[in-house]
Design a protein around this ligand. Structure first.
Ligand SMILES: [Zn+2]
Length: 74
């Protein structure tokens, strides 16, 4: 039925993996080198977890754990 089954969402596959805004190393994997969030077709995340990643990244930015996209005015 579903042809793209090989591109499964990591977080759905491994339930022990948690999305935490303090886990900067994890979040960085979903960012481009310019600090922008990668689109879903690159991350292979499902819509639900992509949203959670985006939310965690926003939180991390507010806590100054991650830089804001594009501009680096540090
Ligand atoms: Zn998922």
């Amino acid at each position: 039925m579903y042809r793209e089954i090989s591109r499964k969402c990591k977080f759905c596959e491994d339930r022990t993996k948690k999305i935490d805004y303090k886990d900067v190393e994890l979040l960085k994997r979903f960012l481009t080198d310019r600090g922008k969030i990668l689109p879903r077709r690159f991350t292979a995340n499902c819509a639900k977890h992509q949203r959670e990643i985006a939310k965690a990244i926003e939180m991390a930015r507010e806590m100054a754990l991650l830089p804001y996209g594009a501009e680096f005015s540090i």
